[in-house]
Unconditional design. Structure first.
Length: 157
């Protein structure tokens, strides 16, 4: 009888530990002021390679359109920070054709010189229709984000 109790308790502890590992590492609403347009949920960073001090991770992610209109395209830089809040890496997220209320799952690859403990999402392409609905982030001019520099990322001129 006591063996059954020990096995049951061990199984419950192991299952709760495994479930905790799958919890999302960060949920980010964008923009962070006013009414959010997009919610991005990032899962656990899974290391896929390590070369000369550079870690490469794949991240399971989900984006949800919280806005009342379709998002045709929205681009973000994903900045990675270590425990001392030093930026150690980056990646990017591009969202296309998300209807209101829709959630999409995807994976993104990021690169870092160390182990990331926090992330920051910074818009790098905001269409005029979305920009008009969002309060500008402090120090950010969304009209600059629609410049040729950002559009070149998608091959536009």
């Amino acid at each position: 009888m006591s063996k059954i109790v020990v096995v049951t308790v061990f199984t419950m502890i192991a299952m709760s530990f495994l479930a905790a590992k799958e919890a999302p590492t960060q949920v980010i609403n964008w923009p962070d002021t006013g009414s959010p347009v997009v919610r991005v949920t990032l899962g656990k960073f899974k290391e896929i390679s390590f070369v000369v001090g550079r870690h490469n991770y794949v991240v399971d992610a989900m984006a949800e359109n919280l806005w009342s209109r379709k998002i045709s395209h929205l681009g973000f830089n994903l900045y990675l920070f270590d425990k001392n809040k030093v930026r150690i890496g980056d990646g990017w997220i591009t969202l296309d054709n998300i209807v209101p209320g829709q959630a999409i799952k995807f994976q993104t690859t990021v690169h870092a010189l160390g182990t990331p403990v926090s992330v920051e999402l910074a818009a790098n392409f905001v269409p005029p229709r979305v920009a008009a609905a969002c309060p500008a982030e402090e120090g950010v001019d969304y009209s600059e984000l629609r410049s040729a520099r950002c559009c070149a990322f998608r091959g536009w001129h």
